[in-house]
Write a protein that binds this ligand. Structure first.
Ligand code: HSE
Length: 426
């Protein structure tokens, strides 16, 4: 029986879930995998929390030296979140030759290069399945299950908080503020919801997933980011009338080596599998050149789902005869200009126009001049003489093209405002 000593840095939600799984399934892992995994050290200030989880207080400390100097520990799992002290502690663990397991997407996406370089020095492993999409085994799917493919596209609902909010806005007609308040009351959204609602969390995850999928560093700074805090419930309802559902998509495409990565509220056809991913659930839709489309679906957060990914990494690490790292350290920094892409997409445009003859003709003239074909158009009953709401869904066009057309439309005297511009993904 192989003995595996583990340290847990932090006993918050996911740290606690991890401890619970390691204790409840210890015998099961012994029987099925021949691995005896034991928690040998825990870093945690809150002794009440440790007691509540049934952790032996003799192994609880606040000093990282108790972890790095303990020869019985081979794997260090980190749950602090944020950059510091997680970065320093993990670097110390790597320098001591211990493999690390982390759910820390911000740290990993921003400091992958540094962590990997440190791991390489001592031959330690880096495992981060839990950093993206919680309990859904997306990293291993990309790295192992899809390795025979050139991955061409990733489309993901990879933030549960925003998916909960958009689902409430879509299914119940709630406005953004009310939906956010409910998400906070239910514990999905943080007191300060910025990281989720402004798309930062999804940006970290798509940076990691795209780097793995395209074998090329896709830094966080290369991911264009737009959150959901400015989404108007009106667009969600009009989108529904047109057969679309709004989702905060983390999207990346590799078109002949040119990579586009972004996080933005986007319309997807209501018939698309991603449209039926509701509430706090996550899903990732991948396109490979051989397998075609696949979709993974599940819980992207929570004590046991994310703990499940952490423990899977611990077991995976313990089974390797040689520690595993995915080789991106050598790639160093990327030139951000490489990601200046101008991909094509359909677009949804909503504007306020004057309620007078010839207005529609003037707008369609601009779109025609820019070679933008209109797929559908919807004019709502005018609310006042200068507020006739009009919505266009265009055919595919380059982003630079639609932006140029929108600027021209804004300058038409008959158009009071362009209220919304969203991509429509197929
Ligand atoms: N806060 C994230 C979410 C989970 O709402 O999905 C952790 O990344």
């Amino acid at each position: 029986m192989k003995k595996v000593g583990v340290a847990l840095l932090g006993l918050g939600t996911v740290g606690g879930g991890t401890y619970e799984i390691l204790v409840k399934n210890r015998e099961y892992f012994r029987e099925t995998l021949g691995l005896d995994v034991e928690v040998k050290a825990v870093l945690e200030k809150n002794l009440d929390r440790a007691k509540q989880l049934g952790v032996d207080l003799k192994i609880v400390s606040t000093d990282i030296a108790d972890v790095v100097k303990n020869p019985d520990i081979s794997i260090v799992a980190e749950f602090f979140g944020g950059i510091e002290p997680a970065r320093t502690f993990l670097l110390e663990a790597l320098k001591a030759g211990k493999s690390i397991v982390t759910a820390n997407k911000e740290l990993f996406s921003k400091h992958w290069y540094e962590l990997e370089a440190a791991a390489k020095q001592t031959g330690a492993g880096l495992y981060f399945e839990a950093s993206c999409v919680g309990g859904v085994p997306i990293i291993r799917t990309i790295e192992e299950g899809m390795q025979s493919n050139k991955i061409e596209q990733i489309k993901g609902i990879i933030n549960g908080t925003t998916n909960y909010i958009l689902t409430a806005m879509s299914d119940e007609g709630a406005d953004y503020a009310a939906a956010l308040k409910r998400a906070q009351e239910l514990g999905y959204a943080e007191f300060d919801p910025t990281a989720d609602v402004e798309g930062f969390d999804a940006t970290y995850k798509i940076s990691i997933l795209s780097t793995l999928a395209y074998h090329k560093r896709v830094p966080v700074e290369a991911v264009k980011r737009e959150g959901i805090s400015k989404v108007d419930a009106v667009d969600i309802q009009i989108g529904k009338e047109l057969g679309y559902t709004m989702k905060l998509l983390a999207l990346s495409k590799n078109v002949n080596g040119k990579i586009e990565a972004r996080v933005a509220p986007v319309f997807v056809p209501t018939s698309h599998p991603l449209a039926s991913v509701k509430g706090s659930f996550n899903a990732v839709y991948l396109h490979g050149d051989s397998v075609d489309d696949i979709m993974l679906y599940g819980r992207g957060a929570g004590a046991l789902p994310t703990g499940s990914a952490i423990v899977s990494d611990i077991l995976f690490a313990a089974k390797q005869s040689e520690a595993k790292r995915y080789p991106y350290a050598e790639k160093g920094k990327s030139d951000l200009k490489e990601f200046d892409t101008d991909f094509v997409s359909k677009y949804y445009i909503r504007l306020k126009a004057a309620d007078e003859e010839g207005t529609l003709a003037k707008i369609t003239h601009v779109l025609g001049k820019e070679n933008i074909n209109i797929e559908s158009v919807l004019q709502k009953k005018p609310i006042s003489s200068d507020n006739a709401p009009i919505v266009f869904v265009t055919d595919k066009t380059a982003e630079s093209n639609i932006k140029k057309a929108v600027e021209e439309i804004k300058n038409l005297g008959a158009v009071k405002e362009v209220d919304a511009l969203y991509r429509v993904e197929e």
